[in-house]
Write a protein that binds this ligand. Structure first.
Ligand code: AKG
Ligand code: FE2
Length: 304
């Protein structure tokens, strides 16, 4: 039983309640078409995406998942200028609430022989062996340039974790996530298993994801071998608040999503504390920090 989107809620309310939402048609068909052209150039083939696979793109080691293509950087950063996306950002953060910072990366996930048809039963958050922000200043926006199908290497969400994890962090600020070892067992014992939601997209759809919601990247084992061809971005707010009054009627959807456990008053500057935590992590041995899928690059350009 997979999680079903509650269509009685607006996308903003869905984000508040479940920690994620899908905005249909946030990118125009024209932009998606241009995007595919740009991705085609960057991966070095004229073949349509449906015919890309891990051999063609020489992405066999990563099971077909590619999260960095420097040549695409200028294009993917234009995602913020698309009217549908600008509208989503303003809805979530309020007028003038966006910092203007652009953190976007291409994400491709192509068919690879031997991949299993499954979605991960468990999720992670993007704060690995480091303090997890209780309030934070950003959410993730992943937009698809293509129609995908089940098991086409899509991102999977573990709805509701944003409330559960924040409640834990409010009591236990040093609770953290690790990919492996005993700490991961603690994480698994603590975070409940929930029905996952797999983002099977139509071209132009955008998935918005709370920073505390569990998620997972999957490998591509789709029947029709449709790849995931997406733009993965961070939407960073201008303000990083240290307190939120849950009773206020004028909270943006973003702030409401952070006040689901009631009002919060941290009593310290979380932006500074988070920066210090990252600094401390950098000073630990670098091989302690697990590689994330989004670090993966194409090995060598594919043949034309
Ligand atoms: O496959 C995805 O979109 C998720 C990737 C991810 O969660 C990560 O690299 O941290
Ligand atoms: Fe992640």
């Amino acid at each position: 039983m997979a999680f079903k989107i509650d269509t009685s809620l607006s996308y903003a309310d869905h984000f508040v309640e479940h920690g994620f939402c899908v905005v249909k048609g946030a990118l125009s068909p024209e932009y998606c078409r241009r995007g595919i052209e740009e991705y085609n150039k960057a991966v070095g083939t004229d073949l349509p995406p449906a015919q890309w696979d891990s051999k063609l793109l020489r992405a066999e080691e990563s099971h077909g998942r590619i999260g960095a293509l420097p040549a695409l950087q200028p294009f993917v950063e234009t995602v913020y200028d698309q009217p549908g996306i600008a509208n989503v950002i303003e809805t979530m953060l309020g007028p003038g609430g966006w910092s203007g910072k652009r953190h976007a990366a291409p994400f491709i996930c192509v068919f690879h022989e031997g991949n299993k048809r499954e979605v991960a039963e468990w999720g992670h958050v993007d704060f690995v062996r480091v303090r997890i922000p209780v309030i934070g200043n950003a959410f993730v926006l992943q937009a698809s340039l293509i129609d995908t199908e089940p098991f086409s290497g899509n991102i999977t969400i573990y709805p509701g974790w944003h409330k559960i994890l924040q409640k834990i962090l409010l009591k236990q600020p040093d609770f953290w996530y690790s990919d492996d070892g005993d700490e991961n067992n603690t994480w698994r014992r603590t975070m409940p298993k929930v029905e996952p939601y797999e983002f099977v997209a139509e071209a132009g759809d955008a998935l918005l994801m709370h920073h505390l919601v569990g998620h997972s990247g999957n490998v591509n084992a789709a029947v029709n071998r449709t790849p995931r061809v997406a733009i993965h971005s961070q939407v960073i707010a201008k303000e990083w608040p240290n307190e939120i009054d849950a009773a206020r009627k004028d909270l943006t959807p973003f702030l409401r999503s952070l006040a689901q456990n009631g009002s919060i008053k941290l009593g310290f500057n979380e932006e500074e504390v988070q920066a210090a935590a990252y600094k401390e992590r950098r000073e630990r041995r670098s091989d302690e920090i697990p590689k994330r899928a989004s670090d993966m690059t194409l090995k060598t350009p594919a043949k034309r």
